[in-house]
Structure formats: C-alpha cells, structure tokens
Design a protein around this ligand. Sequence first.
Ligand SMILES: *[C@@H]1O[C@H](CO)[C@@H](O)[C@H](O)[C@H]1NC(C)=O
Ligand SMILES: *[C@@H]1O[C@H](CO)[C@@H](O)[C@H](O)[C@H]1NC(C)=O
Ligand SMILES: *[C@@H]1O[C@H](CO)[C@@H](O)[C@H](O)[C@H]1NC(C)=O
Ligand SMILES: *[C@@H]1O[C@H](CO)[C@@H](O)[C@H](O)[C@H]1NC(C)=O
Ligand SMILES: *[C@@H]1O[C@H](CO)[C@@H](O)[C@H](O)[C@H]1NC(C)=O
Length: 349
Amino acid sequence: MISAVRVLFLSFLCYVATEGWTCSKPDAIPFATVVPLKASYEPGEVITYNCLPGYYTKGGFRRFTCPLTGSWPMNSMKCVPKVCPFAGILQNGIVRYTTFEYPNTISFTCNTGFYLNGSSTAKCNEEGRWNPGIPVCAPVTCASPPVPKFATLSVYKPLAGNNSFYRDTAVFQCLPQYAMFGNDTVTCTEHGNWTQLPECKEVKCPFPSRPDNGFVNYPAKQALNYKDKATYGCHDTYVLDGPEVVECSKFGNWSAQPTCKATCKISVKKATVLYMGEKVKLQDKFKNGMPHGEKVSFFCKNKEKKCSYTEEAQCVDGTFEVPKCFKEHSSLAFWKTDASDVKPCETGP
Ligand SMILES: *[C@@H]1O[C@H](CO)[C@@H](O)[C@H](O)[C@H]1NC(C)=O
Ligand SMILES: *[C@@H]1O[C@H](CO)[C@@H](O)[C@H](O)[C@H]1NC(C)=O
Ligand SMILES: *[C@@H]1O[C@H](CO)[C@@H](O)[C@H](O)[C@H]1NC(C)=O
Ligand SMILES: *[C@@H]1O[C@H](CO)[C@@H](O)[C@H](O)[C@H]1NC(C)=O
Ligand SMILES: *[C@@H]1O[C@H](CO)[C@@H](O)[C@H](O)[C@H]1NC(C)=O
C-alpha cells in the first residue's frame, strides 16, 4: 500500500523532471510589454513587465518567476500615462484641451490684437514635457505708417517703442492746396498693418465768371486751388441768389454759383398780407421793392361762406404776380371789410 503511494509520487517527480508543468503566455497589461514574450515558460523562468514610453508603473510587481505549479501569480501592476505640467492658462489667449496626459495635444489661440509667438499646438511627449514649448500671445504692433504724398502726419504717438499697438490711430493732413480723399485717420489693424491710407491731390478750380448785374472777387493768383474763396455781389437793386462767399471744393468746382436777381416792384397800393407769420402792410414792408425770393400770403374772400383764405405769391427775378383772388379796394370804400379782417375759412377756400 505504502509502496504504491511512493511509486505514484516518484512517477510525479519523474513527470515534472521530464515533461514539467509550464507557464502559459502571461496576461497582457495595457501599455506594457513583457520580456521575454513567449507562448510558454519553464518553471524558474523570469519575465519582466515594462511600461511603454510615456507611461509609468503603478502598484503590483514588474518581475515574476514561472512557478512549479505552472500558473502566473495575480498581477495588479498598471501602466498610467505621464502628465505634462499644467498648461491650462494662456495670457491674452485661450487653451483648448481635454487632458494634459501623454499623448494628448492641446491647442492655443490668441485674443484679437495678439499673435501667437510659438506653435499653435503642443503635444505631451514621452518624457512628460510639452513639445514644442508653450507659446505666448504677444501684442500686435504696426510699424510707423507710411506718409502719403503731399501729406503730413498731424497726430501720431508710437506707444510701442517706435511702433503702434492694435487700435492705435494716426491722423494725416494734406499740404495746403491739396485735398484729402479717404479717411484722414488710419488705425493699426489686428494684422499689424494700417487701414487704407488717404490720398492728397492737388485741386484747381476754374476762375469764376462774373454774374449779370453783379461782380465777383477772387485772389489774384495764377490758379485757384482747394479752399480758395470767391466773393459775389450785385449792382443796384439786384440781390444775390446764393451765398456771398463760395469755396473751391475738393472736386475742382465751386461750392455754389450765385447769380444776381432783380427786385420786384409792388403793383398793389394797399394790401395786408402775411409775411413770415405776421400781418403786415405790403406797401410799407417793401417800400423799395420786394427782394428776389421773398414770399407773402394774400388774403382772399370766399363770398358764399363769408370767410377768408390765403394764397401765396413770391418775387422771382423781378416778377411778382398778385393772386387773382385778391381784390384791392379803394381807400375811400371804408364800408368794405378787408379780407384780412374776415374770419378764416375752416377748410380751404
Ligand atoms: C518670440 O519668442 C521667442 C522665444 O520665446 C523670443 O526670443 C522672441 O523675442 C519672441 N518674439 C517676439 C516678436 O515677441
Ligand atoms: C526708434 O528708432 C530710432 C531710430 O531708428 C532708434 O534709434 C531707437 O533706438 C528706436 N527706439 C526703440 C525703442 O526701438
Ligand atoms: C475714419 O476712420 C475712423 C477710425 O479708423 C472711424 O472712426 C471714422 O468713422 C472714419 N471716418 C469716416 C468719415 O469714414
Ligand atoms: C492688411 O493685411 C491683411 C492680411 O495680410 C490684408 O488682408 C489687408 O488687405 C491688409 N490691409 C491693407 C490696408 O493693406
Ligand atoms: C461738384 O462736383 C461733384 C463731383 O463731380 C458733385 O458731386 C457736386 O455736386 C458738384 N458741386 C457743385 C456745387 O456743383
């Protein structure tokens, strides 16, 4: 009986010695390699787990020996990604990220008026460092603006050394006799250049011609230029239609072309009219005639309705037409009520 057990045991030892119990391929651990990696191992053989670059070992054991039982012990070792230094804040810019772990990439953008000095992305590398390094958002600057021909810089303050910052402005002025086309103010843009520069052009105006029944004065010069002025006047009873002083515009024409207009003679002897909202005696108000352009309103009677209404009349270059509805009556006809004293009609004549 005893010898039978012995034989069994001896034969087991014999089996282990000749065939043996082998260890199978070890369990894989994420982000780790096994050295050496084989399909089976003899008892006593040693394996080593190595985390892949960018990962480090956490917990458990790295080295194992294949035991006589032929089954690998439990392994709680983990490979965890390296974490790059905090890079969640970029002054004057924004960082976009999910995590700061290997092998993630984060990206950068700068606020308007700033530009990225450096790369717009950085990757957390195997060493746990950002590659390339974290950029900075540097302020955009504009070199001093080019001065257009026939212009001068009238306002300019380089606030960034010899340069200007985003949104800084400069103002140009044209030389005398030159007119500006475009905006006199330029602004440093987010691209580091200036907005459209203005242009200064020489402007000549033709000599103004003398108006009929009047005169015009202008500088005694070879040519009349931008902003030069001419002064108009009229003879006798003529009045100026237009401004007294005109100016040579940037388009090479005069701001206006005044003419002389005749004064109107008043043909009625006695009439009360509305002049600038007030009742006046026409013959008194315009004793010396009515200047061109003046307007008055005559009072007329509506006989059926026994009320009064007004009709306008204007002096146009010596011509003044009294409205037909107006009835002038003799100063002797004292019993007649003047239309201006009759109550106004409710609506229309
Ligand atoms: C950009 O960054 C580099 C390195 O950080 C620095 O030497 C350089 O002066 C910067 N350039 C500007 C225009 O800010
Ligand atoms: C500005 O420009 C002048 C002349 O080019 C130079 O001498 C000076 O050093 C510059 N200043 C700065 C702050 O760059
Ligand atoms: C000229 O440009 C300035 C700023 O660049 C702007 O504020 C202004 O409205 C512009 N003027 C005209 C007349 O366009
Ligand atoms: C300024 O630069 C930007 C970008 O390069 C360009 O699109 C724009 O036309 C430039 N502006 C002027 C006024 O030159
Ligand atoms: C002067 O010329 C400009 C451009 O041709 C025109 O728009 C303007 O009306 C002219 N002015 C006068 C007073 O004729």
